[in-house]
Design a protein around this ligand. Sequence first.
Ligand code: XIL
Length: 298
Amino acid sequence: GTTLKAAAAEKGRYFGAAVATGKLSTSAYTTILNREFNSVVAENEMKWDATEPQQGQFNYGGGDRLVSHAQANGMSVRGHALLWYQQQPGWAQGMSGSALRNAAINHVTQVATHFRGKIHSWDVVNEAFADGGSGARRDSNLQRTGNDWIEAAFRAARAADPGAKLCYNDYNTDGINAKSTGIYNMVRDFKSRGVPIDCVGFQSHLGTSLAGDYQANLQRFADLGVDVQITELDVMTGGNQATIYGSVTRACLAVSRCTGITTWGVRDCDSWRGSDNALLFDCNGNKKAAYTAVLDAL
Ligand code: XIL
């Protein structure tokens, strides 16, 4: 293939990008998006603060715009993210206990129901594990409602949209380490008890090197019986950016249950990592060496 999406499709994978829906009217942006990518995820517009700014009042404008763009251009949609400790609306930040638990589960049910049938994979829960060596859950208002909040969210999402693949998504899980092992143990427990989980997302916000066991880590999750996806890939410049992009792509292809790769933006100037110039296209929309490395690896 001569584009990311065509080359990925030949290998049975998708190739996606995070999209800020406000940029869909910029032709320089949309030209690249439509040419190269066949999966999209909202960079912010499907998060809790965007979709339920006041309790019980839902705003699906940005998410609906992205879904229509995807449907009109043959792209699948990743849903991101139903529950997360960040980008919560102010009203939820101030809640706790059963009031917060009920509000959170209602949020999952309402949003997953609104988008039912339109989402390939949902990040049901994002970033619920702590960094560092504990392997434990991250402290958050959601975690303080009880350790079962994650499985309650997955059950609610399954009931609301039985056709969507349901993912747990996190970062600093780019090798076999305490954090990824904590998540691994949760997924193994969920599978053994029938909690509905289908996939694990590896954000892969990478620095100047890649863990040597990146592929082995993906494989151990796949061996639990879930799909794995690279969900927010971006790589700092200053090291071997192109080499790292190529290695991540080859790792995904080497794991049969790695179903797709998403970069967290399109051009360097679209990236939340700003001066890292972390993406595959420069600010003028030119293909970088990292682009060629990915295409060659696909
Ligand atoms: C980032 C967005 O890119 C920014 O625009 C926003 O200001 C903050 O969130 N992990 C995630 C994403 O799961 O939702 C985050 O996106 C980047 C880190």
